[in-house]
Design a protein around this ligand. Structure first.
Ligand code: GLC
Length: 735
């Protein structure tokens, strides 16, 4: 017995020791935050881990979680889509929703809408909202923001992204990231990098020169890391200069982790990993979206373990990956008592989402002063269009949101107008697709049927004739613009243009609201109506925001985050015939001349230019003054812009500051956005706005010197309300 007790004694001592040790480790893991002591703690934890345990953490333990280590009290890392709302709960190893009843969330306006606000502070609020909702759902990493540059309007995912301009991209990204991470959730900059098309996204090899790479395509990512402190980055599906992004030594090790000093983790896009050793050596930290479940389904699973055991990959490299994962966990206070708890769809969230939606609406045209509609004069309002009732939270190939609610444009008008105005709704056009079996696949979906529905049009025309005003909600939807496929042209689908023409012909007070992700051909619509607005898919509060702008409760202030061309071939990538590329290669021959840079430098007139957006009021810039006339390389230009509201109503204007290098040794765009600020002004009031431009921001990237260069000499500063509505300029010299 004694022997037994002794034996048991020994065994129980051992169990006790392990238990104390575990608790201590668990306590160790959970007691600290990021920072130097966290580094020491991380080293302590790694020193306790077996190689098998380290490898387990480097890949998915389910479709959206990466593994923890139970023995050490480390829980799974939980990832969630998407950039404009927390995706519904999916099965552990299935893309199918589990059908939960507690996983609906706020649908926030999509990327181009947030960018159209040109409001970095609002981007911060947006990030806080979506971060809190991720937290409330128990998630650790939000797979957003999505910030690939608009290189072609045909990219099916532009609705997810922000803009064609790197500087605006950076401003919105930084705000978004800081907001998300303030809620103890890691943001994820995606899709790093050069994922500017969906066509052949899983194999296209992008070739782009160093200058365009840094000045245009990486600029937002670099800001997201250096200014935003983003904790995770998602490697994209495509290749760059011949190497998969998820094993791209230059972009992952040299640029992201080397030059930019990124301390967080790189996660693959789902299924974007192609090897074990190269992925481990060239930058990937966590592989998600394996070919099934279990370590054999992942390149960074059993195969990597074997590679380390055989000496092809040094265990130190594995340690570094685990260190990055633990750094993210500590940084988001994972498993720590003082971690934020988050919340879903609070009144503050609903207010933020409304504010973004309202500021995201762009007034493109109001030539006859049809807008704002006057509730005392409009007794009957006709409302037409499939998009008057379409919901945009879900849809398409990838991430959507099971929205807590989504106020459609028609519902918004009904909310706001109640019985003051009689609303007559007619569909006018409907989203219809070619059903011919085996018909031309529209990059993975049936092609749209653009045949006008004459019955619907006649019904609408009849109602329009007897209405005081008409609003047509037109454009696109989440199935027409979608991940995994690009559009084939700029055409507005479903015969909506014929509806607009027919209705406008019988009622001069016809207003069109375009709801789209990217640019469409609006040239016929623009000629047919005197009032035209645009927004992207505009979130849960969309309908209220449209109603408030249409009836003047909100004075529109949105500014286009991308160029709307007259025709597709006016866009650089199409003019040069390099979209979607051939033989698996896409060569960005336009280099830095993307978006308005191309239109301005080549003298091409767009239909609506980058930064365009009208107000119900009018504004002017009275003066632009800089604090000095000469600056050193490390200086900051303080630009004072005096703005006056010359109209009859209060409103907000966005002052845009562009820079033109008048004596560069290299080709530079005719102008580049280098500063912006929004200003609210009562009618008749004048106010100064100070926009600061660090001289280093005047640099171009020299691919000979392989560094950013500000060449001494003269620069012109152009202040205006869009890239082509320049009011005042001034000159400065850099010594
Ligand atoms: C998708 C998308 C990515 C998303 C991920 C998980 O393919 O490219 O944006 O976050 O897979 O759904």
């Amino acid at each position: 017995m004694l022997r037994l007790l002794k034996k048991q004694g020994k065994a129980s001592c051992m169990i006790l020791f392990i238990a104390i040790f575990l608790v201590s480790l668990h306590t160790v893991y959970s007691e600290t935050g990021a920072g130097t002591d966290a580094d020491a703690k991380i080293s302590a934890i790694i020193s306790q881990m077996t190689l098998e345990e380290k490898i387990v953490m480097l890949h998915g333990s389910s479709l959206f979680n990466s593994a923890g280590i139970e023995r050490l009290g480390i829980e799974e890392m939980k990832f969630t889509d998407g950039p404009f709302g927390i995706r519904e709960e999916l099965g552990r190893n299935s893309w199918a929703p589990v059908g939960a009843t507690d996983d609906s969330a706020t649908f926030l306006p999509t990327g181009p809408a947030l960018a159209a606000t040109w409001n970095n502070t609002l981007a911060l609020e947006y990030g806080k909202c979506i971060g809190a909702e991720a937290r409330a759902r128990g998630k650790d990493v939000l797979l957003g923001p999505a910030l690939n540059i608009f290189r072609t309007p045909l990219c099916g995912r532009n609705f997810d992204y922000f803009t064609e301009d790197p500087f605006l991209n950076a401003g919105i990204t930084v705000g978004y990231v800081k907001g998300v991470q303030s809620q103890d959730v890691a943001a994820c900059l995606k899709h790093y990098a050069l994922n500017n098309q969906e066509t052949e996204r899983g194999r296209i090899d992008v070739q782009v020169d160093e200058r365009a790479l840094r000045e245009i395509y990486l600029y937002g990512f670099e800001a997201g890391i250096k200014q935003g402190g983003a904790l995770t980055v998602m490697g994209s599906y495509n290749k760059f200069r011949g190497a998969w992004l998820c094993e791209n030594d230059y972009l992952m090790n040299k640029m992201l982790k080397g030059e930019w000093g990124f301390k967080g983790l790189v996660v693959s896009d789902w299924g974007a990993t192609h090897s074990s050793v190269n992925s481990a050596l060239y930058g990937l930290d966590v592989e998600m979206g394996g070919r099934g479940s279990g370590p054999d389904a992942y390149f960074m699973g059993s195969a990597l373990l074997k590679a380390v055991q055989e000496g092809q990959v040094d265990e130190k490299i594995i340690d570094e990956k685990v260190r990055r994962i633990l750094h993210v966990m500590f940084s988001i206070k994972k498993q720590q008592p003082d971690r934020a708890t988050g919340a879903i769809n609070t009144p503050e969230h609903r207010q933020t989402v409304y504010n973004v939606a309202a500021e995201a609406i762009v007034l493109l045209k109001n030539s006859a002063g049809v807008l704002p509609l006057n509730v005392d004069k409009v007794h009957t309002l006709a409302v037409f269009g499939d998009n008057a009732m379409e919901k945009h939270a879900q849809g398409g190939f990838g991430a959507g949101v099971k929205a807590k609610y989504e106020i459609t444009p028609l519902a918004g008008l009904q909310n706001r107008l109640q019985d003051k105005v009689k609303i007559n709704y007619a569909q006018g056009y409907k989203k219809q697709f070619q059903q011919t079996p085996g018909g031309r696949r529209f990059f993975g979906a049936p092609a749209p049927d653009n045949t006008p529905d004459t019955t619907l049009i006649q019904e609408a025309v009849k109602i329009a004739k007897s209405s005081d005003a008409v609003v047509i909600f037109a454009g696109s939807n989440r199935n027409f613009e979608s991940e995994a496929r690009d559009r084939t042209d700029l055409q507005l689908p479903f015969g909506q243009v014929e509806l607009i023409q027919a209705v406008a012909a019988v009622n001069p007070n016809t207003v069109v609201v375009m709801i789209t992700g990217a640019a469409f051909d609006l040239s016929v619509v623009e000629k047919s109506v005197s009032a035209l607005l645009w927004s992207s898919f505009n979130g849960s509060e969309a309908g209220n925001a449209y109603a408030d702008v249409l009836f003047g409760k909100v004075n529109p202030s949105g500014k286009l985050p991308y160029t709307i061309p007259v025709k597709l071939d006016d866009i650089a990538a199409h003019a040069l015939g390099t979209f979607p590329g051939e033989n698996g290669k896409a060569e960005y021959k336009e280099s830095i001349l993307v978006g308005y840079r191309w239109f301005d430098t080549k003298g091409i007139e767009p239909l609506y230019c980058f930064g365009h957006g009208l107000s119900y009021s009018t504004f002017e810039i009275n003066s632009v003054k800089t604090d000095k006339s000469k600056y050193t390389q490390d200086g900051t230009i303080d630009v004072k812009v005096t703005v006056k509201n010359t109209g009859q109503t209060a409103g907000t204007e966005t002052i845009q500051l562009y820079v033109h290098d008048t004596e560069a040794s290299v080709m530079r765009p005719q102008k580049e956005l280098k500063g912006y600020a929004k200003l609210f002004l009562q009618p008749g009031k004048k106010q100064d706005v100070h926009i600061k431009i660090p001289v280093k921001d005047l640099a171009f990237y020299s691919d000979t010197a392989m560094q950013w260069v500000v060449e001494p000499g003269q620069f012109e500063l152009l202040a205006g309300f869009s890239s082509r509505d320049i009011h005042k300029t001034t000159l400065i010299t850099v010594k």
